[in-house]
Design a protein around this ligand. Sequence first.
Ligand SMILES: Cc1ncc(COP(=O)(O)O)c(C=O)c1O
Length: 353
Amino acid sequence: MCALQYLRPDLLDLKPYDAVPAPAADKLDANEFPLDWPVGFKQKLSLLWEKGIPSNRYPDAHHQGLKQAIAAYAGAEPEQISLGNGSDELIRSLLIATCLGGRGSILVAEPTFSMYAILAQSLGIPVVRVPRDSETFALDLERCQQTLREHPIRVVCLVDPNSPTGNGLTAAEWEWVEGLPDSILVILDEAYFEFSRHTALPKLAEHPNWVILRTFSKAFRLAAYRVGYAVGHPQLMQVLDGIRLPYNLTALSQWAVQMALEHAEELLADVALIGQEREALYQALQELPGVRVWPSQANFLYFRVAGWDPQKLQRAWQELGTCVRYTGGGLRLTVGTPEENRRALERLRQILQ
Ligand SMILES: Cc1ncc(COP(=O)(O)O)c(C=O)c1O
């Protein structure tokens, strides 16, 4: 029983997103990009005042300039774009726009990005969880179909490539997604698009019930600035813009994204380094005793170690100075700098010896 009688009882059990601050450790737990912005770009960031952007005025509520720049980068039209304070905000807005008020449930295929279920729960929206195949992490399409028959599913949430497991959607899964009725919104979360280079965008025009989510927090290295975007049907974008807080992006965040897009080529050139490091880590992990590691299309690797409680392993690793994420019964290791990766492996070898 809670003393605060005005609180919604269903929120008392809500498990919030577990964002661990670990400044002293090699931070390989949040799928961030391991390199900060080049100094020259950072200096430009501090020149906000020179651009004549005043501190006393509210920032651009309509994100006009940003929508144009993002549309050009993504290969879409500005009216197909809506911006959020991180893609987290867009997930919440999409759930408000579809399921709030007892209008339906969401389907999530676990393990996957936990914010889908957390945000739905925070809004009182029922979450139907379908376990992924324990070997391949593919969707159990039969169970998914059964779920559609048995529950009033209004939103299907898919992450491509999936976090924490790193696998992209298979041909059979795409076929299923393409066959979903227009009454169901399909969220295709492409947070790791710049690493996988796979996108559903060319098919968006055929599917007014699909929406793509992307973020500047990963390959563009702007996690601190909190900007994500949705690409989808203009009418859905209008609704998303209508229900969000009016000034959801600070002037500094908008300026940072403009700069990121102006320098996209230079910033994204380092994505290749992450790919090389990921493959080297994958090989090295595979050679460790008892380690089962899955291939990944993103900037992280998912693995389990036979005979080890993953939570215990995570704590031991963190004590030695490498912070990783325990999730879905395994560990997710973000690809760091070559030096961080070398230390991560050295420490893991030490623990497993
Ligand atoms: C799949 C996925 N979607 C969305 C997000 C959230 O991104 P943002 O920082 O834009 O809120 C993350 C962050 O880790 C993620 O992994």
